[in-house]
Structure formats: structure tokens, C-alpha cells
Design a protein around this ligand. Structure first.
Ligand code: FAD
Length: 390
């Protein structure tokens, strides 16, 4: 009963290897067993299922692109994308947890970290023994992270860190945080801050209507003494965190398709079963228009990420190309969730169907990792050479 039934109107599976299809099947089966039966309850109750983190590790969802010597899967970027797609078919909050761990915590430690840092943190993050978070956004600096106020001073044998981050996924439960802060010369660096360091707290953000099964919080640094060996030595400046965001945005562009597929499939089933005016509502042209447009947009998005994945495998994907895919695919998924909600009528607002949960989740996904409009401006800059941010 675990046979994969996917949306594949253009035979995109023919572009995948046997290994890709096996990986997708195993994650699909995992989501079906470990996430789908419970996700509605977790979301309704704003419960973060921390017991899933080691299970994500077991199934290879944490840092699939990291080499096996550090506990990762050593997989290519199409595999990575398919893993994100299947997890987000289950829930965007679950995909957020996994994306943050793999792309925003393990990736910077792997690419910018020292050998000691890689050995100390990566295997535990890959297995899910430790959970990580990524602190870039601040209360007064979201789209403009370069203006951040969090800073550290060199105190000889350690750094003294002060400031605060906000809207940080995984923060309340995280064992470590990759934190971006300015040195005395206003240069941005990444620091690994560990739970238990004095002056470091992670208050939870309550009352979200979106990503309710993912925990979000603040990172507060009040004279935290960070050992010097916890600074990421590989790169400094704003381009360092932006490089990590590119990695995560790539995964989101795949993930959003999973949420869109779940909404489309639910809408298709519902339309065929629901009778009004003595006919299934699927027989009405206006409903068929909605379904036909959903399938069209999902197919376009699938082709987009497949090509982006091959570029990424060749090391050729640019930030602007990733922005285009993140912006298009998340917006596409949100539009499909809204149309699917209409097809479900009143039932669409209940937890009997996944639609409203996906819709509310996607409102965060369209804002985090660069808002919809910021990605548009990134593309505008690429086209014209004129940055319109300020
Ligand atoms: P603002 O930057 O204040 O933007 C508000 C509006 O103004 C937006 O519509 C924006 O597009 C628009 N705007 C801003 N500047 C311009 C401009 N120059 N031109 C035109 N329009 C503009 N951050 C992390 O660091 N780590 C995380 O793990 C993380 N997880 C998150 C989880 C959730 C659930 C959410 C909601 C957010 C998370 N974020 C995280 C923060 C997220 O990245 C920011 O919310 C996002 O970057 C936008 O910043 P902001 O909310 O401050 O909005």
C-alpha cells in the first residue's frame, strides 16, 4: 500500500535515477507512517514532536548532502530536493525543522567550519542527537540583515556576545545555534553558541497561526562568553549567511511542490466524490479549470527544480536562479492551497483535510528565507544591474 502515486504529468520520473526513486519512496513511506497520522493534532495543539528528530536522522533526512564521513548521506541535490518535497507533502513545519538542521546548521559548519568543529558537531546533528538553529533575523532587521545589532568583542581568551535574534526556527529546543554577529569592525561572522552557556536563553514565540508543529523562538545573548574556537573560520561578511540561505532556499523550492501536490490530490479526490446538483462537482467546468491550472503550475514547478537541481549538482546554480525558483514555487503552492480550499467548500477549513494547514504554513514559507518581494528585487537587480532595495 506504499506504492508511490505522484503528480507526474510530464514523465519527470524518467529524468530521475533508480536511487532517486528509492530515496523518494523511503521518505514517502516515512512521512506516511511517522507524520501524516499525527500532524493535524500536533498542529492544532502547537506541539513540536521532538521525538521525530532522531527518526529524521535514521531515515537520512538530516544533512543528506553532507559527506558520509561526517554522518551525512553524501547524496546529490536532486535527492536532497526530493527528500524536502516528500517531507513538506507531510507538513511545511516538519520540512522547516529538517531544512534548518541540514542547510542552515550542518551546511555552514561543513563549509565554513574548522576540522574540529566538523568532527564535534556534524555527526551528532546528522543522527538527530542534537538539534540546531540558525540565528540571522533580529527584531529590527529582517529583510535587511546587514543592519544587525548583535555583536561580539574580543576579550583575549573568549568572545563576549550581546544582542538578540527573533523568529528563529527550532530555537526553543535547539542544542546549538549558528549565530551571525558583528565584530568590533562591523564585520559579520558566524559563531556556534551552545545551550548551557551562561547568559544564553531561547524564549518560545507563542500564538502562531502558521507552522504550528514547528517551534519558533528568540535567541537572547546577555554577555555570553563564547570560546574562540567556536567562531566559523571559513568566511566572514554578509555573503557568509547569504550563502547558507541559498542552500535552504533551494530545498524550499522543492518542498513547496510537496505541499502543492498534497492540496491538489486532496482537491481532485474531493471534487470527484462531492455531489452537488446531482453531479460530482468535478463535472463542472469551473472546478475543472481550477484542477487543470493546479496541474499546469505543479508541472512547471517540477521542471524548474529539476533543472535547478542539475545546475546545483554541477556547482552552477546562481543565487538569482534559486530566488526565482523559491519565489515562483512557494507562491504557486500558496495559490493552489487557496484554490483547493475553495474546492473543499466548508470542509476545507477543517482538520479533516490538510488544506488549511498547508495554506497557513505557506504564509510563513512565503515570508521566511527572503520574502516574495525581496526575491523579486533580487531578480530585478540581476536583470538591470540596479539594486532597488534601498
Ligand atoms: P520585514 O523585513 O520587516 O518586511 C516586511 C514587509 O516589507 C515585507 O513584505 C517585505 O517584502 C517588505 N520589504 C522590506 N524591505 C523592502 C524593500 N527594500 N523593498 C520592498 N519591500 C520591502 N529567521 C532566521 O534568521 N532564522 C530562522 O530560523 C527563521 N525562521 C522563521 C520562522 C518563521 C515561522 C518565520 C515567520 C520567520 C522566520 N525567520 C527566521 C525570519 C524571516 O526570515 C523574516 O521574517 C523575513 O526575512 C522577513 O523579515 P521581517 O519579518 O522582519 O519583515
Amino acid at each position: 500500500q506504499d506504492a508511490f502515486e505522484g503528480v507526474d504529468f510530464y514523465g519527470i520520473d524518467d529524468l530521475l535515477s533508480d536511487e532517486h526513486i528509492l530515496i523518494r519512496q523511503s521518505i514517502r513511506a516515512f512521512v506516511k507512517k511517522e507524520i501524516s497520522p499525527y500532524i493535524e493534532g500536533w498542529s492544532q495543539n502547537a506541539h513540536f514532536p521532538s521525538e521525530l528528530i532522531p527518526k529524521f536522522g535514521e531515515v537520512g533526512a538530516l544533512g543528506p548532502q553532507i559527506p558520509p564521513e561526517f554522518g551525512g548521506g553524501g547524496l546529490d541535490y536532486i535527492s536532497y530536493g526530493l527528500i524536502m518535497q516528500e517531507i513538506e507533502r507531510g507538513d511545511s513545519g516538519m520540512r522547516s525543522t529538517v531544512s534548518v538542521q541540514g542547510s542552515l546548521v550542518m551546511y555552514p559548519i561543513y563549509t565554513l567550519g574548522s576540522d574540529e568543529q566538523r568532527k564535534k558537531y556534524l555527526p551528532k546533528l546528522a543522527s538527530g542527537e542534537w538539534l540546531g538553529c540558525f540565528g540571522l533575523t533580529e527584531p529590527d532587521h529582517g529583510s535587511n540583515p546587514g543592519g544587525m545589532k548583535t555583536h561580539f568583542k574580543d576579550k583575549g581568551d573568549h568572545y563576549l556576545l550581546n544582542g538578540a535574534k527573533m523568529w528563529i526556527s527550532n530555537a526553543p529546543q535547539a542544542d546549538i545555534a549558528v549565530v551571525w554577529a558583528k565584530d568590533e569592525n562591523d564585520r559579520i561572522h558566524g559563531l556556534i553558541v551552545e545551550r548551557g552557556m551562561e547568559g544564553f536563553t531561547t524564549p518560545e514565540t507563542h500564538n502562531k497561526w502558521s507552522l504550528r508543529a514547528s517551534c519558533t523562538g528568540e535567541l537572547v545573548f546577555d554577555n555570553v562568553q563564547v570560546p574562540k574556537e567556536n567562531l566559523l573560520p571559513g568566511k566572514s561578511g554578509l555573503s557568509a549567511p547569504l550563502m547558507c540561505l541559498d542552500a535552504a532556499r533551494y530545498g524550499i523550492s522543492w518542498g513547496a511542490i510537496g505541499a502543492a501536490m498534497d492540496c491538489y490530490e486532496s482537491a481532485k479526490r474531493y471534487a470527484l466524490e462531492r455531489i452537488q446538483f446531482d453531479k460530482s462537482i468535478a463535472s463542472f467546468q469551473l472546478v475543472q479549470k481550477k484542477l487543470a491550472e493546479m496541474l499546469t503550475e505543479i508541472t512547471k514547478a517540477q521542471l524548474l527544480v529539476w533543472r535547478l537541481g542539475t545546475l546545483k549538482n554541477e556547482g552552477k546554480a546562481t543565487s538569482a536562479q534559486i530566488s526565482l525558483a523559491k519565489r515562483n514555487n512557494v507562491s504557486m503552492a500558496l495559490d493552489i492551497a487557496r484554490e483547493a480550499r475553495q474546492i473543499h467548500g466548508a470542509m476545507g477549513i477543517t482538520g479533516e483535510y490538510p488544506i488549511m494547514r498547508h495554506m497557513m504554513n505557506l504564509e510563513s514559507v512565503i515570508t521566511y528565507e527572503g520574502t516574495h518581494d525581496i526575491h523579486l528585487l533580487i531578480l530585478g537587480n540581476e536583470i538591470t544591474g540596479i539594486p532597488a532595495f534601498k
